[in-house]
Structure formats: structure tokens, C-alpha cells
Design a protein around this ligand. Structure first.
Ligand code: SF4
Length: 359
């Protein structure tokens, strides 16, 4: 079956060809003063318009290091765009084609909850030895909280290095808001059993005993990505039965049993690199957002690339080529994304720590 391109996961947008042609025209007119950043989970058409395409870590790095561009248009979800607004220079402006593109996982932790949890932690353990680690998929005020408390921002591509960074400086990690990235990284790091505990922010002291908190090395927030927790070990077994010799790769936001059942797990950047190294005729089932899998399948018609199941992120999907075109055609009046100055200073500390921790 290798050589079969996966059909589009969704109906192709009306006027897509026309929109892409107009976007390319505007890009040519604006030259180096404009850069378009596009996340791997964007629709194929939007992806084709990106000057830089990558995972959240690489896109934030691009925003921090782009020299000539004054206008940065970010096709991704809100937490990525606000991070870019913190990392770019003061003379650069960041735009989001659809400000409603948020992230339900990011919404699973808010600042009052994190502050309360930190205070409770301080009642039973020495928080001077606890390093807060916030996943990139979070609001800016949580990144600022981490910067203010000696912490760091983590992405799925640098999580292992972040764990090294933390244990060079402290004795415990307080990791939010994705339980699964934290747990899968902790497992790879060699932590077991009582080293890892789950903090439920809806319960006093996270629903944990004093002894559990004191013994733990990794305290994980009870949050998850609904796109990635859909994948199961049963789906992996089914893919192996239906396609002899197929390899399976999943994103570390999947549950630990799914990660354990797969051949590999890694960020979207890791998945893309793996596909680049595949040989014609190779087969791969992937557990991540379906638009990325569709694109990889279209770009590699000589390989079989399929999703474990079609799992779409409705927020990443919000940005269409029509939205991008509208944003670019009205850039001079489009509302820029600005970081709150009070949050910016500390959020930048945590993001700079992330960038220094090479991914
Ligand atoms: S894929 Fe999951 S974590 Fe990423 S933006 Fe969508 S809901 Fe959020």
C-alpha cells in the first residue's frame, strides 16, 4: 500500500489556490520586512505560505532571531504568538491571523490556581528547592510566574534537557499544565513509582499527602491535550496487524501506555526528521495532529504514512488561507499582539532559559 497518499482530513478550503497566490504576491511586495511563521499543525495551504515552519520551540527561536523582518505573522495558537511577542525586538510587531485560536490544555492551569498550589507546596516542602517548569502550551502569566521563581519554559523538543537544567539547580520539578509530557519525560529520565505524583489543582494540596509531596521528585499538574490523549495502545496494535512491518511514532503528549506501546515518541520536529530519513516503501503510523500527518503523506507519496486515528486540533484549524490573506491585506490596521509589560520581563526570563537550553 506504500505509495498511497492519505486523503485530505478535511474539505479543502474554498478559494485556497487564489488565496495562496495573493499571499505570495503580498510576500513578494513586502520582501524581507515580513516573515510568516507556521506551526506543523496548520492546514496544508497555510503551511505552504510559511517562511519558517516548525514546532513551537523552533518558531519561537525564529521570532527571537529574525533580523530583517519588522512584521512577524504567526500562524499557530495563542500561547505561541504571545511568546513570540515577548521574544522579538521592540521594533518588531507580531500579528495573529485569528486571535480566537487558543488551546484547551493551556486553559487547564491559570495563575490563581498555580499561586495557590505554590503556596500549599511551600507549607509542606522548601520551595527554594522546587523549580517550576511550564510547558510552552500555557498563558503568558504562567511563564512569568516561572521566570519570577527561577523556572523555565519547556517544549516537547527540549523536555529532556529541561530536566537536566532543573536538577542542576534544584531537587524537585513542579511541572504544568501537561501531565503526560511531564510523565513521559520523567519516565525517560529514570524516575519511577513514588518519584512522580499527580497534582490535582481542584483539591487542597493537589489531593496529595505531605509525605507524598516530600518524597516526590516530579510533581505533575493534572492537565492534558484532548487531541493526543485519543491515541491508545489498541490503535497501535491494530496498525501493526493491518500493515506488516509498520513503525509507530507518537507525540509525548500521549498517555504513557501509548508511548510505551509505540516504537518511538518525540516532538513534531522529531517526527518530521524521522520521516525525512524513511526509505521508499517504508511504513509509518503516527499519533499526532492529523493535518501534520496529511502533509507528510502528501510530501512523501513513495511511503505509507497514516494516522493512528484522525485527531484534529480545532484551534490550530481555525486559521485558514482566507484568514491569513485578510491579515496580510490589512496588516497596517491589524491589531498587533502585545505582551503585558508586567508579565513580559519575567516571562522573557523563563523563555530565555528555554532558548539557552538547546533543543
Ligand atoms: S494540539 Fe493539543 S496542546 Fe496543541 S494546541 Fe491543540 S489542544 Fe492545544
Amino acid at each position: 500500500m506504500a505509495g498511497t497518499v492519505m486523503p485530505s482530513p478535511i474539505r479543502v478550503e474554498e478559494n485556497e489556490t487564489e488565496n495562496i497566490a495573493r499571499i505570495k504576491e503580498i510576500k513578494a511586495e513586502r520582501g524581507d520586512s515580513l516573515i510568516i511563521l507556521a506551526h506543523h499543525y496548520q492546514r496544508l495551504g497555510v503551511h505552504q505560505c510559511g517562511d519558517v515552519v516548525g514546532d513551537s520551540y523552533h518558531l519561537c527561536k525564529a521570532a527571537a532571531h529574525t533580523e530583517k523582518a519588522r512584521d512577524i505573522v504567526f500562524c499557530g495558537v495563542r500561547f505561541m504568538v504571545t511568546s513570540a511577542a515577548v521574544l522579538c525586538r521592540d521594533d518588531q510587531v507580531v500579528y495573529h491571523p485569528d486571535r480566537n485560536a487558543g488551546c484547551p490544555m493551556a486553559d487547564m492551569a491559570n495563575l490563581p490556581q498555580v499561586r495557590t498550589s505554590w503556596k500549599e507546596l511551600g507549607e509542606v516542602t522548601e520551595t527554594a528547592k522546587v523549580i517550576p517548569v511550564v510547558y510552552m502550551n500555557s498563558d503568558l502569566d504562567l511563564k512569568a510566574f516561572c521566570g519570577e521563581h527561577g523556572g523555565i519554559v519547556c517544549t516537547s523538543s527540549n523536555a529532556a534537557k529541561v530536566f537536566d537544567w532543573v536538577f542542576e539547580r534544584g531537587e524537585k520539578i513542579f511541572f504544568f499544565p501537561d501531565e503526560h509530557l511531564g510523565r513521559n519525560t520523567a519516565n525517560k529520565y529514570g524516575f519511577k513509582g513514588e518519584d512522580i505524583v499527580l497534582w490535582d489543582p481542584k483539591q487542597p494540596f493537589g489531593g496529595l499527602t505531605e509525605a507524598q509531596i516530600q518524597r516526590a521528585k516530579v510533581i505533575l499538574w493534572k492537565g492534558y491535550c484532548h487531541v493526543h490523549t485519543r491515541f491508545t495502545p489498541e490503535m497501535i496494535a491494530k496498525a501493526r496487524t493491518e500493515h506488516e512491518g509498520i513503525k509507530v511514532i507518537v507525540h509525548p503528549e500521549c498517555t504513557e501506555d501509548t508511548v510505551a506501546a509505540a516504537d518511538f515518541s518525540g516532538s513534531t520536529g522529531f517526527i518530521q526528521d524521522y520521516v525525512r530519513k524513511m526509505q521508499p516503501g517504508d511504513k509509518l503510523a503516527i499519533g499526532t495532529e492529523v493535518n501534520m500527518i496529511h502533509r507528510l503523506s502528501v510530501e512523501n507519496p513513495d511511503k505509507l504514512i497514516i494516522p493512528l486515528v484522525r485527531s484534529l486540533c480545532p484551534n490550530m484549524f481555525k486559521i485558514s488561507t482566507g484568514d491569513l490573506r485578510e491579515c496580510l491585506e490589512n496588516l497596517d490596521t491589524w491589531e498587533p499582539v502585545k505582551a503585558d509589560p508586567a508579565e513580559k520581563q519575567f516571562a522573557k526570563l523563563a523563555l530565555d532559559n528555554m532558548l539557552a537550553c538547546a533543543g
